[in-house]
Write a protein that binds this ligand. Structure first.
Ligand SMILES: Cc1cc2nc3c(=O)[nH]c(=O)nc-3n(C[C@H](O)[C@H](O)[C@H](O)COP(=O)(O)OP(=O)(O)OC[C@H]3O[C@@H](n4cnc5c(N)ncnc54)[C@H](O)[C@@H]3O)c2cc1C
Ligand code: SF4
Length: 327
């Protein structure tokens, strides 16, 4: 599958990048590591006239601990750098663990945290070649007006399938968004829409520049568990992140996040309240697993059945909660 023709723009600063986005809004795509964008362009899912290559913007790279607490991570920081950062491994282990499960070492050397947050949603009927999609009459997400997964509906249910966002949600991450009007910060939990097609709140003239993890989320025990068909190189078909802080065996604070089973990564509502003040045992971990399974709404967007993926959310959540307490 050949790449469609495009003009490559290579800004050196964030200001140059947002100027390019403003000038070509609607007809330009942002390229970071390119590990998802390039295969999608080959499949003719995107045929922009311009591609904005961020890789010349040094300002977007690096992990910078804030002396007052917390850390700032440039959007162009590779997943490999996140996986290997001693600082993140020590203070935000759930993020390092989630990053380490993405694809394969080669893809993690190229793939970035910004690209992982902004990753397009995925579906069996969408991530296919143009010929394949044409043969099926296309679908709502691209070029058509029906959904093969939920026929009769008007909504796209493609699943958000990035590994780091559930971990980032558990850590109360914020992201910085730049446009010609300046920078603003938003909690990551407000970035996703819950729709499979227009899945993120990012205007065509905006880009994600940084991720911030607060001091208050540092030093939590963290665990990430992921379901995939092959042991490596596969997107998650269900994923669970758990963070927890305890004192004398009692849970002080906890969060549970899930991915790959809804059009957005989500925090499991009520999980933190149910865990707070308790000593974790099998029954409590199972109850959290039940809550997570009720939050998951997988459909037939992947090769594994929705029933199996929901069940694995239940099982992985229980295991992750127990693992976060060292059991
Ligand atoms: C075989 C294979 C297996 C994979 N397995 C996994 C997996 O297990 N888990 C997983 O999470 N991912 C997986 N991926 C997807 C991908 O490698 C990662 O999600 C990676 O983090 C994407 O980052 P990138 O920098 O390469 O993004 P790109 O491909 O450059 O961009 C991805 C999307 O984000 C947009 N974008 C990128 N950066 C920004 C920014 N700063 N601001 C605004 N928009 C931006 C792009 O326009 C594009 O729409 C896999 C990919 C392949 C090819
Ligand atoms: S969920 Fe439906 S509309 Fe969305 S990509 Fe899949 S088939 Fe297309």
């Amino acid at each position: 599958m050949s790449l469609p023709e495009f003009k490559l723009l290579r800004p050196r600063t964030i200001e140059e990048a947002v100027t390019c986005l403003g000038s070509h809004a609607g007809n330009i795509r942002i390229l970071a590591g390119g590990t998802d964008l390039i295969p999608s362009m080959r499949q003719k899912l995107f045929e922009p006239e311009y591609v904005l290559d961020l890789r010349g913007i040094a300002d977007l790279c690096g992990i910078k601990p804030d002396p007052r607490g917390g850390v700032e991570i440039g959007a162009l920081t590779t997943l490999r750098a996140i996986e290997r950062s001693d600082f993140l491994r020590q203070h935000y282990p759930v993020l390092s663990e989630a990053a380490a499960t993405v694809a394969s070492p080669v893809l993690r050397n190229m793939g970035t945290i910004g690209g992982n947050i902004c990753l397009d949603t995925r579906c069996l009927w969408y991530n296919q070649s143009l010929t394949w999609r044409k043969g099926c009459g296309f679908c709502i997400k691209k070029d058509g007006d029906l959904c093969h997964v939920a026929p009769g509906g008007t909504k796209c249910w493609a699943a958000f399938s990035g590994d780091t966002p559930p971990a980032l949600l558990c850590l109360n991450a914020e992201i910085e968004i730049a446009s010609a009007a300046g920078m603003h910060r938003v909690p990551l939990r407000d970035f996703y829409t819950g729709l499979g097609d227009a899945y993120r709140r990012l205007q065509p003239n905006e880009l994600v520049t940084r991720v911030f993890l607060p001091a208050s989320s540092a030093d939590y025990c963290g665990v990430y568990r992921k379901l995939r068909v092959r042991g490596s190189i596969d997107y998650p078909l269900a994923g669970v992140a758990v963070v927890m802080k305890r004192s004398n065996g009692h849970v002080l604070d906890a969060q549970v996040g899930i991915t790959a089973v809804n059009p957005a990564p989500l925090l499991v509502k009520g999980a933190g309240d149910l865990l707070a003040g308790k000593i974790v045992n099998e029954d409590l971990a199972e109850a959290i697993g039940d809550l997570a399974a009720r939050t998951a709404k997988p459909l037939t967007t992947s090769a594994l059945t929705p029933e199996y993926r929901r069940e694995m959310i239940r099982v992985f959540t229980k295991r992750a909660v127990l693992a976060a307490t060292g059991n």
